[in-house]
Design a protein around this ligand. Structure first.
Ligand code: GTP
Ligand code: MG
Length: 171
């Protein structure tokens, strides 16, 4: 068949936000794993859409590994940033990490698309994706295309809408 264009994506966000669960759900069902454990360092994963072949750097969100993120910024062509919408206490930490990302010299002046997943929408404590975008001040991102989707990675809800948007940005 035709070779699809390869796109390098960075999957970022705090630990326990659901990054690995989301990436796993985007793979074909026969390639999905059943037991997802906290990522150590990072893991390279692949999934395809109708026109693209994504290579994902699924980074660990744990504090002690977050300093690894910046080493991959240069090669990232798109960012998936995952937020646990039910974790109100750490929303401010997520915002700090996002702001640090946006101000990094390897990201700051690039028109790199950012897809946000307001994940764990199934939980009773979850705030809406509109609220998440307010808490993270996403309206201040003016020099990059961005999009936020509410998602439930356990059921796989909201993921396709996000990936469709990302694919459109990269064409
Ligand atoms: P690190 O690798 O440590 O950075 O975490 P991560 O962001 O990769 O999170 P991971 O995918 O390992 O998920 C953390 C926990 O959240 C797991 O127990 C998942 O089953 C759970 N989880 C992920 N997405 C959802 C969701 O949409 N809803 C609910 N209820 N739980 C979720
Ligand atoms: Mg992980």
């Amino acid at each position: 068949g035709l070779k699809k264009k390869v796109v390098h994506v960075l999957c970022l966000g705090l630990d326990n936000s659901g990054k690995t669960t989301i990436i796993n759900k985007l793979k074909p069902s026969n390639a999905q794993t059943q037991d997802i454990v906290p990522t150590i360092g990072f893991s390279i994963e692949k999934f395809k859409t109708s026109s693209l072949s994504f290579t994902v750097f699924d980074m660990s969100g744990q504090g002690r590994y977050r300093n690894l993120w910046e080493h991959y910024y240069k090669e990232g062509q798109a960012i998936i940033f995952v937020i646990d919408s039910s974790d109100k206490l750490r929303m401010v930490v997520a915002k700090e990490e996002l702001d640090t990302l946006l101000n990094h010299p390897d990201i700051k002046h690039r028109r790199i698309p950012i897809l946000f997943f307001a994940n764990k929408m199934d939980l009773r404590d979850a705030v809406s994706s509109v609220k998440v975008s307010q808490l993270l001040s996403l309206e201040n991102i003016k020099d990059k295309p961005w999009h936020i989707c509410a998602s439930d990675a356990l059921k796989g809800e909201g993921l396709q809408e996000g990936v469709d948007w990302l694919q459109d940005q990269i064409q």
